[in-house]
Each structure stands twice: as structure tokens, then as C-alpha cells.
Design a binder for this molecule. Structure first.
Ligand code: NDP
Length: 249
């Protein structure tokens, strides 16, 4: 039996890397996309192969269309038919009020988090849709509880980019439901990963634990479990869902 194929964007570290390892354990062939972290991505590929899994790493900036086309073309050639996309690549920025946010930052955050996810979703639909000779599949968009909260005084731009991901999930799920494709979003809360370094406060998940009903940050494993479940047959009737993995926050 052929392994099902999943593309995980931003798979070199954090939630993406943990998802890649879990998906491989569940029998998926994995394409790990990254932008800069070449050695981390290659190390992950070697780790998966050492456990008899199938993995490749492909550098591509998801906000650049020609990179995305090359990324999907490489998967077509090296792994075959795509069955799932995890739209995980995302960036945050330093804590700031809206009045202090410049155009360069807005473009960087929106281009990566929104345009990148849209471009990858488009290429995935072309390959999975039964209207385009595909056999179906699923898309899991990684949103954030920030989409609900709005992240005042920290990063309204990041929160708004995740709001766009929620809306895309709702619309695309309906658009492709009859074409064999399920589309869902996972909305993590505060998760202990290196991403918080880019906010200027690596200890943010620890410091904010009292704002979380469960009084602790989540782990990448806890998010990966939800992502891989959403990809699985166990979620066969789940589409257009925004699933919070946020300790009640
Ligand atoms: P990390 O910062 O640890 O990892 C981000 C990953 O995205 C890296 O692999 C990075 O690759 C990749 N990446 C960044 N920009 C691009 C790009 N333009 N093209 C391709 N890859 C890119 O983040 P997390 O694991 O914490 O976050 C993963 C997702 O979960 C993000 O979408 C984030 O917004 C979301 N999330 C995270 C939360 C948290 O508390 N950690 C909470 C809610 C949502 P490279 O290293 O090569 O640049």
C-alpha cells in the first residue's frame, strides 16, 4: 500500500517538526518545507528515515509564488499524489501597538501568514480535487487563539492574519466539500516553541500562564495530536471546523 503524502509547511521546528514526526509514525510520507533552517530540516528527515519513515525536505518561502510552485512540483515528482496539506508556516513580530507598526512588518506578516497559506491551499486543491482528477484529501490550517482574542498591545497584525485563516477555512471548506476535500483549522493557544523569541519575550508562555484556565502553556505534541487527528479518517465528517487547542483560553 502506498503511504499517504502530507506537506507540512514550516516543518523544520516547533509545531511543524513535531507534527512531521507524529505523521510519519502514523504512516504518512512527509514533505518538510522550511525557509532558512536547512540543517534542522535535514536532521529531521534523517531522524524519520532512521525510523523507517519516508521524508524529504524542500526549501521554499511560502510567500513567494514561484517557490510554492517549485515546492508542489517537487512533491509531485518525488513523493507522488498529495493527500494532505498542513498550512503551518507562520511568523509573529515584536510586541507593539498598532500605532508603531510599519508597512514592512505588515507586508511580511500578511504575506507569510495569509498569502502563503492561500497559495499552498490553492496548489493543494488543484491536486486533491475530484474536479481536477484528484482523489480527495484534506487541508489543516494552523490558526491561533489570537484570531479570537485580537492580541491588543502585542500584535494585532498577527492576530488579524490568523482571523483571515479562520475565514479562509470556513469558505474553502464549503467550496470544496463536494470535491472530496476537508478543510479545518487548529487554533493553538500559548505553546512553548521558539516562535516566542520573535516577540522579544521568550518567557511569554510561562509569564502568561495565569491567563490560561488550565494554568500552563501547551506543548507542540498537544497541538500535533490534534493536527494529525484532523488529517485522519477518524475526522472523516469534520470540515469547516475551528478547533481550539488552548487550555480553555
Ligand atoms: P516556529 O517559529 O517554531 O516555527 C516556524 C516555522 O515556520 C519554521 O519551520 C520556519 O522555517 C517556518 N517559516 C517561517 N516563515 C516561512 C516562510 N516564509 N516559508 C516557509 N516556512 C517558513 O513556530 P511554531 O511552531 O510556534 O508555530 C507554528 C504555527 O503555529 C505558526 O503558524 C504559528 O503562528 C502557529 N501558532 C503558534 C503558537 C505558539 O504559541 N507557538 C500559538 C498559536 C499559533 P525556518 O526556520 O526555516 O525559517
Amino acid at each position: 500500500m502506498k503511504n499517504k503524502v502530507v506537506l507540512i509547511t514550516g516543518g523544520s521546528r516547533g509545531i511543524g517538526a513535531t507534527t512531521a514526526k507524529l505523521a510519519s509514525k502514523k504512516g504518512w510520507a512527509v514533505c518538510i518545507n522550511y525557509k532558512n533552517s536547512h540543517s534542522q530540516a535535514e536532521q529531521l528527515v534523517n531522524e524519520i528515515k532512521a525510523s523507517d519513515g519516508i521524508a524529504i525536505a524542500v526549501q521554499a518561502d511560502v510567500s513567494i509564488e514561484k517557490d510554492v510552485l517549485r515546492l508542489f512540483g517537487t512533491i509531485d515528482n518525488k513523493l507522488g499524489k498529495l493527500d494532505a496539506l498542513v498550512n503551518n508556516a507562520g511568523i509573529i513580530a515584536k510586541q507593539a501597538k498598532l500605532v508603531d507598526i510599519d508597512i514592512e512588518r505588515l507586508q511580511r506578516v500578511f504575506n507569510t501568514n495569509i498569502i502563503g497559506s492561500f497559495l499552498c491551499a490553492r496548489e493543494a486543491v488543484k491536486r486533491m480535487s475530484t474536479k481536477h482528477d484528484g482523489t480527495g484529501g484534506c487541508i489543516v490550517n494552523i490558526s491561533s487563539s489570537a484570531a479570537r482574542i485580537g492580541s491588543p498591545n502585542e500584535f494585532i497584525d498577527y492576530a488579524a492574519s490568523k482571523g483571515a485563516i479562520d475565514t479562509m477555512t470556513l469558505g474553502l471548506a464549503k467550496e470544496v466539500a463536494e470535491e472530496g476535500i476537508r478543510v479545518n483549522a487548529i487554533r493553538p493557544g500559548l505553546i512553548a516553541t521558539e516562535m516566542h523569541q520573535d516577540t522579544g519575550d521568550m518567557d511569554r508562555p510561562l509569564k502568561m500562564k495565569n491567563a490560561i484556565p488550565m494554568k500552563r502553556a501547551g506543548s507542540a505534541d498537544e497541538v500535533a495530536n490534534a493536527i494529525v487527528w484532523a488529517m485522519s479518517e477518524e475526522a472523516s465528517y469534520v470540515t469547516g471546523a475551528l478547533i481550539d487547542v488552548a487550555g480553555g483560553r
